[in-house]
Design a protein. Structure first.
Length: 207
């Protein structure tokens, strides 16, 4: 069983408005990300909220995703990762940590990562674009206690540094694995990229 933890607790200070609730792909940024994950091979989705948590939960109402509240979200991203890990069911064997402000993630990318993870024999899977590591990150829940008690100063990067032999890098063609969405310029870039990719995708026709 592979679960997703979506980190959706940030304050959006550089955006100036709750960025996860901005319009995107016919829904909102967070709605689009959850919809992509629901189309993928992942089994369960946990959305960790903090700032504007009630509004994000309301936006996702009706979707089969569990809301987890992080009361300490102001202390940083690792606190949200830990909240998500504590909420996972015992049956969960591996977890994909997804950024809530990375709307270019696709079900196809997630499925490619899941297949590569199963075939790699490694413990940690990281997407790589032009030699640089990005997100999301996929790893077994056997690292749960380690993440809950270590890496306060470096976050999940500490996991990669502590287990270099267990890291499998998967080359992907999508540059967006390297970028998130912090300010209005980033948002405009993601919208333009999404619109361009949508135009390139052939629409199915009913004869």
């Amino acid at each position: 069983m592979i679960c997703a933890i979506i980190l959706a607790a940030g304050e959006s200070r550089r955006m100036g408005t709750p960025k996860l609730l901005l319009p995107f792909g016919g829904t909102t940024v967070i709605g689009h990300i959850v919809d992509q994950l629901l189309r993928s091979a992942l089994n369960s989705i946990f959305v960790v909220v903090g700032h504007e948590g009630d509004r994000i939960a309301a936006e996702l109402s009706g979707r089969p995703a569990s809301i987890v509240t992080n009361p300490d979200y102001k202390t940083g991203m690792l606190s949200s990762v830990r909240c998500g890990l504590r909420a996972l069911p015992k049956e969960c064997d591996a977890v994909m940590v997804v950024l809530g402000d990375q709307p270019a993630i696709t079900a196809e990318l997630v499925n490619e990562m899941v297949r590569s993870f199963a075939a790699s024999g490694k413990g940690i899977l990281v997407p790589l674009h032009e030699g640089r590591r990005g997100h999301p990150l996929l790893f077994p829940t056997s690292y749960r206690d380690e993440i809950l008690t270590r890496y306060d100063d470096v976050g999940l990067r500490g996991l990669l540094l502590s287990h270099p032999d267990e890291v499998c890098e998967i080359n992907v063609s999508i540059p967006s694995v390297l970028s998130d969405m912090d300010n209005p310029e980033d948002y405009r870039r993601e919208l333009a990229s999404f619109d361009e990719n949508t135009r390139k995708t052939p629409k199915s026709r009913v004869e």
